[in-house]
Design a protein around this ligand. Structure first.
Ligand code: GLC
Length: 533
């Protein structure tokens, strides 16, 4: 198999991307919160693991009501994380190891203590009066329409100084910027340039599907599927989400990105497989990678998985590069859903599908949801919309590095608790050559060593009996991937000569398989190199 390096400007096509929530990664000063110095001290680990890029959730100055997605100053580092000098040190240290850095761009809203909002809310005649979404009260004095906040209640909040309402998709303290205003666009492009000039390799655009809301402020219709769903889903958000005008905002953001060489733009476009193609753009490019969460949302079985993978590929325009995400700071841990044995199969699927893999800190040690006692809950969503099992804190618990108290994350008291009964750690798994961590590392290395796994075409094979199988082909190089989703053995045959490259169990020798068949053990996946005639 060949090992040609692809076009550098599209480095992200062959990259493996690792999401870090810095507040929970590594604390260096004992305040119980992770910080940039702590992150720098863990670069050795990132290098050892083999990831090509890290995406950090927001590190900007923020009251941290919503994990830093409430920004008070886009061009300053939150003091609990460190300083701009430390940030520059982080960029340098990552780049020295060949690891790229992606920041979170939150263009949809600011914190309400941001100076833009303070000015905008001070008077209808202020210079920034039109920087946020303001509207007069309805005739009865109530909110202008029925729009709901994702975090519960009306999305409109009364402001006495202006005698008007402002719109907030999320918390009351997160007012939405007005993307129809060219000054807002210009201000966000300045923010982007500030970080790009400091060497940042790209952005993940937060809430990119909701940047524009209906100009007529039409009421959202009732959601026929609302029964049993949290109250914010009472309406179908046709006039607030995924408006066609939003695409011009994404195109604008992309133009800024493209004025720098080799930068990446990915974005959060949740739950939109049938629409995902639009987020790539046609004449005018939009996102390089609209994040795709389909593997998280699909029942863990060979047939539904095959169907979901096909549906996703079919939804992509020809020029689009695929992307697969299996975890994140908003998503329930996939290891809790599929279980420890299948988590290995999932890792193999993620690293061998065509497209850029994203995983979230802790996925590589098979981390499950951490139980958070009710009095320790921090997630504002859970506080405002309790009782639906949608709290995001179980995913946001600090990393467990070793067996010491608080997992080596902090010497102080962690901002969110770790597992009460201990649990598996990075150090423990680093010394076990068959751990899931060892598997993630081996898969990343395998991907790097074989161009067909990175760049090759994808061809599904007809599967049955809980087996998911496909080929990845580039020129004369071909890999066969066979994943046993069952907890019982399954046999698989092929034509031609094959050589085993890797088993999820990490206990098979890499050697020829002369029978052109393999008996997969329960929960086992394999990658086989095929000889193409
Ligand atoms: C995005 C973030 C989420 C946050 C929300 C509001 O969905 O991923 O964590 O709560 O935006 O900023």
């Amino acid at each position: 198999m060949s090992d040609e390096s692809p076009d550098e400007s599209a480095w992200w096509q062959s990259a493996v991307i690792y999401e870090i929530a810095p507040i929970s990664f590594q604390d260096s000063n004992g305040d119980g919160k992770g910080d940039l110095a702590g992150l720098i001290s863990r670069i050795d680990y990132l290098k050892w693991l083999g990831v090509d890029a890290v995406w950090l959730t927001p590190i900007y100055r923020s009251p941290f009501r919503d994990l830093g997605y409430d920004i008070s100053d886009y061009c300053a580092i939150e003091p609990a994380f460190g300083s701009l000098d430390e940030f520059d040190r982080l960029v340098k240290a990552l780049h020295a190891e060949g690891i790229r850095l992606i920041l979170d761009l939150v263009p949809n809203h600011t914190a309400n203590d941001h100076k833009w909002f303070v000015e905008s809310s001070s008077s209808p005649n202020s210079a920034k009066a039109d920087w946020y979404i303001w509207a007069d009260a309805a005739e009865n004095g109530g909110p202008p329409n029925n729009w709901l906040s994702r975090f519960g209640g009306s999305a409109w909040e009364w402001c006495e100084a202006r005698r008007q309402y402002y719109y907030h998709s999320f918390l009351v303290e997160q007012p939405d910027l007005n993307w129809r205003n060219p000054q807002v666009r210009a201000a966000i492009s300045e923010v982007m340039r500030f970080w790009l000039d400091r060497g940042v390799d790209g952005f993940r655009v937060d809430a990119s599907a909701v940047l524009i809301k209906d100009a007529l402020l039409r009421d959202n219709p009732p959601n026929p599927g609302a029964a049993g769903k949290p109250p914010p889903q009472r309406h179908t958000p046709v006039f607030t989400d995924d408006r066609p005008e939003t695409m011009s905002c994404i195109e604008f953001i992309r133009e800024v990105i493209d004025s720098y060489p080799a930068r990446l733009l990915c974005g959060e476009v949740q739950g939109k497989t049938d629409r995902i193609g639009h987020f790539y753009g046609t004449e005018r490019p939009r996102l390089h990678l609209p994040l795709n969460f389909v593997l998280l949302d699909t029942p863990w079985n060979a047939l539904p998985l095959q169907a979901a993978i096909d549906a996703y590929f079919n939804a992509l325009p020809e020029h689009a590069w695929p992307v697969w995400v299996v975890g994140g700071h908003d998503k329930q841990r996939i290891a809790s859903k599929v279980g420890a044995a299948q988590m290995r199969v999932l890792a193999m699927l993620l690293m061998t599908l065509r497209g850029t893999p994203f995983f979230y800190m802790g996925d590589e040690i098979g981390r499950k949801r951490v139980t958070i006692p009710p009095d320790r809950i921090r997630d504002p969503f859970e506080k405002l919309v309790p009782g639906y099992g949608l709290c995001r804190d179980p995913e946001r618990a600090p990393m467990r590095w070793d067996a010491s108290p608080h997992g080596g994350f902090t010497k102080g008291s962690p901002w969110l608790p770790l597992e009460a009964d201990g649990g598996t750690s990075v150090t423990e798994q680093q010394s076990d050559e068959r751990s899931i961590l060892a598997l993630f590392r081996a898969l990343i290395a395998l991907r790097r060593a074989h161009a067909c796994l990175r760049q090759g075409g994808y061809a599904p094979l007809r599967s049955h009996n809980d087996v998911l199988a496909y080929k990845r082909t580039e020129g004369r190089n071909e890999a066969l991937i066979v994943l046993n989703i069952a907890a019982e053995p399954r046999k698989w045959h092929w034509r031609g000569r094959g050589r085993l490259l890797l088993s999820t169990h990490l206990d098979r020798p890499s050697e020829p398989l002369p029978d052109a068949s393999i008996l997969l053990r329960a929960n086992e996946g394999v990658v086989i190199a095929l000889e193409v005639r």
